[in-house]
Design a protein around this ligand. Sequence first.
Ligand code: ISJ
Length: 357
Amino acid sequence: MSLSSNIDTFFEKINDVYNTSVPFVVFRKPNDTKITALYQNSSALYLLKSFEESGFIFSPFNKNESKILLPSNNCNKFSAVIEKDFNVSKIVSEFKFDENLEAKNQHMSIVQDAIDFIHTNQAKKIVLSRGEKVSCNEIEVFNVLKKMLNSYKNAFVYLWFHPKVGLWMGATPERLISIDKQLNLKTMALAGTQKFNGTLEVKWEEKELLEQQYVTDYILENIKDNTYKIETKGPYTTKAGSLLHLLTDISATLKAPNLLGNLINALHPTPAICGIPQNIATEFILKNENYNRAFYSGYLGELNINDATNLFVNLRCMQIKENKANLYIGGGITNKSIAENEWDETVAKAEIMKQVL
Ligand SMILES: C=C(O[C@@H]1C=C(C(=O)O)C=C[C@H]1O)C(=O)O
C-alpha cells in the first residue's frame, strides 16, 4: 500500500525506519518532485532471481555477482511531494580526505597502463576509477540527502540501506533504462566531461566526442535485437552539478515485456562505465583497479513497479560507514587521454559529493 504524507512527516517516518535497522531505500527521480520510500518488513537479504520480479533492485558492477532486491511484496511504501528546497545548514562539515600524492600517483599510473594497453590496439576505451575516503566530524545522512535533493534536481538521488550490506547514497546523472506500460523505452549515452564555467555553449575535443560515440554505438547495437522504432537525439551538452557531459538520448519500443532481462543484460556494463570491447575492458578493470567497485557503476532503481522500470547507473555515489564517506569516481580512458587530466577529472567528480557532506 502506498501512502502520501507531507514532507516533514515523510522524514520523521524514514528516520524511524532507519532506527529499526530494516532494509530501505529513499529515492527521487530526475526532475521530479515526488520522493518515495520503500522499506522491508524484515531484515532478510533477498537476491534477485529473475527480471520478472517486482521491487527495488541494487546491482553491483560485476555482472557475475548477486543483485539485491527489496521485493515489492515484502515492502511498505510511502511518498511525499517536495514543494520547496529543504532548509539545511549551509555549514560545510569539516573533513579530511586522503587526496594525497600517493593516491594521485597510483591513479595516474594505472591510467598510463591503460593508455599504453589501448595503444596495442587490444581495446579502444577503458573506464578506470578509484575510491577516496573522506573523514567527517559527523555525517547526518538525511541532511546529506536533503542537500543532494536541493542541489542535483536533474539527477536520480537516493539513499539505500541494508543492515547486511551497508549504506549507499548518490546523485547520478545517468539513466540505464526506463520502460513504461506501453513498452516505450528510454536510455542514454552519456560520456565526456568538462567543468561547467557558466555556459552550455562549449567546445568538445575529439577525445570526448569519440568516447561518447563509442557509448552510443554500443547501445544502438545492443538494443536492436529486442526493440524496434529506435530514435536518437544528440549528442548535446548536459549539466550534472558543476560538470558538463555529452549526451545522446535514445528511445525505442521493446518487442515484448519478457525481453526486459535480456535487454538489461545486453546493456550493462556500457562503455560509459566499462569500455570497448567489454570483455577486455572488464578484465583490465578487475585486474588493475586496486580496490573493489562493489555497487559503484552497477545500477539501481524500480523494477516492474506499477508495470514500469526505471534503472540508473550508480555514479556520483558514496558508501557511508559511521563518520567516513567512501567516494567512488572514474573516467573514460582512450588513446587520446593524458593521465594528469584524468586524475583532475576524478577530483572534479569527487567534488560533487564533497559539496553535500
Ligand atoms: C565513470 C563516471 O562517469 C562516467 C564517465 C564519464 C567520462 O568519462 O567522461 C562521464 C560520465 C559517465 O558516463 C563517474 O562519474 O565515476
